[in-house]
Design a protein around this ligand. Structure first.
Ligand code: ZN
Length: 175
């Protein structure tokens, strides 16, 4: 496989039975290896710069059925059997909004998976407290302050996401 100049490979995730396109995310070499080993799909989290075990937080794993490379090996199509909604919104697919040529109403949309990446980041932070990386990834390039100092800064994202963490994960609609 040919990774892009950031070492990432776009991965299209498709339902093995219905053919529905569920999400688009990125894999680095390690995520690709783990995905090919199975049974779950792994991604690379661009928000925290680490491996991302999809479903680790939500319980909505993507079980690998098969994987194929595109014609010039710079993208991968993974057919899966999802154990729940692929999207953090509770929708089966991340692709459920009408396309628009404006950015209106999409301030928080940095791409499919970003919010779930954030949830996983927070969970990871709780389970494995480490200095620096989590806070830095949330506060951006300005956050060169120590974790102790930056943790006292008011922040929308972490508090909102923490509230969301306390709610039940989206349940699969009965079919
Ligand atoms: Zn989504």
């Amino acid at each position: 496989m040919r990774f892009n100049d950031r070492g990432l490979l776009p991965a299209i995730i498709q339902h093995a039975e219905t053919g529905e396109v569920l999400t688009l995310a990125y894999m680095d070499a390690q995520a690709l290896r783990r995905t090919l080993e199975g049974p779950d799909v792994w991604f690379y989290s661009r928000s925290r710069g680490t491996l991302w075990h999809k479903g680790e937080t939500s319980g909505n794993y993507l079980k690998v059925h098969s994987a194929v490379a595109d014609c010039d090996s710079d993208a991968i199509l993974v057919k899966v059997r999802p154990t729940g909604p692929a999207c953090h919104t509770g929708q089966e697919s991340c692709f459920h909004n009408p396309a628009s040529d404006t950015e209106e109403g999409h301030e928080l949309d940095e791409g499919p998976g970003v919010v779930e990446e954030l949830f996983d980041t927070i969970r990871d932070r709780k389970l494995h407290p480490t200095e620096g990386s989590y806070t830095a990834s949330l506060f951006g390039p300005d956050a060169t302050a120590s974790p102790r100092r930056s943790s006292k800064r008011p922040a929308r994202w972490p508090s909102r996401a923490s509230e969301a963490m306390q709610t039940e994960p989206p349940r699969k609609a009965p079919t």
